[in-house]
Design a binder for this molecule. Sequence first.
Ligand code: GLU
Length: 305
Amino acid sequence: MEVGRFAPSPSGRMHLGNVFAALLAWLSVRSAGGEMVLRIEDLDRNRCTAEYERLLREDLLWLGLDWDREQRPQRLGDADYEAVLDRLADRVYPCWCSRSTLSEASAPHASDGHVIYPGTCRDLTEAQRAAQTRPAALRLRVPEETIRFTDGVYGPCEEDLANQCGDFVLRRADGGFTYQLAVVADDIAAGVTQVVRGRDLLSSTPRQIFLYRLLDRQPPNYFHIPLLLAPDGRRLSKRERDRAMDVLRRELPPQALIGTLAHAAGLIDADEPVSPSELARQFSWDRLRPADIVVGEGSLRACRD
Ligand code: GLU
């Protein structure tokens, strides 16, 4: 059976882009008769709040996007993540480089903006390691190898891990696990077979597929979806409170909101109110247009870029 998930972070009120991601994840799994899991991704404890978490659930239910089970929230130092890290121990090494030393090193940057790790701490001797006094991050050694996969929306994708990404961090120096490790551990624990998320995370996927391989698990199918952009081309954001749910809920009933989004994405021919269940009956990934969607100012009319 297909298992999909919502994996929202309660670091602000949902915006239209989050609604779009939740809608597509729901349609994909419900149209296949599968099971939906809700996982609140609160890795970043400083920005996530219980009140945003409550509002998230309420907003999803207002939209008519339900779930069958919940996965426990992520926690710093979780035993499951430790267990995953243990299994990767052969490839993991301590790293003392700070973000600022790395950016000063003028190393090349990957497509998502992170510095491609130049390998500074990879081959330190035991004596050099013992001489360090600060806590270390833990980094995963990547091979000279190209990871290939087929995205359900964007088609064939590939990344040369060593040259386009570099060794990446699994646990930060402060002890916190990174998104890359946590998302793979959690999706495995929940039995997730399909991942639907914004195309801003497409560049993380080769790292995650590599982790699945090291853990000897089958990766899920990936469907990355177009982004919703403000008229100036910037991604909608929680921080700037773009098209946030409190405003959207005052402007429109849920089915009108869903109809507008589905129409802008190419899923239905007319911009008319529609329920998620009606949409699920006719849903096909082939209909989704991969172009990003520009959300018009002052109105919810979304148009294709
Ligand atoms: N928590 C992430 C977000 O809110 C989603 C991560 C994922 O789907 O892998 O954007």
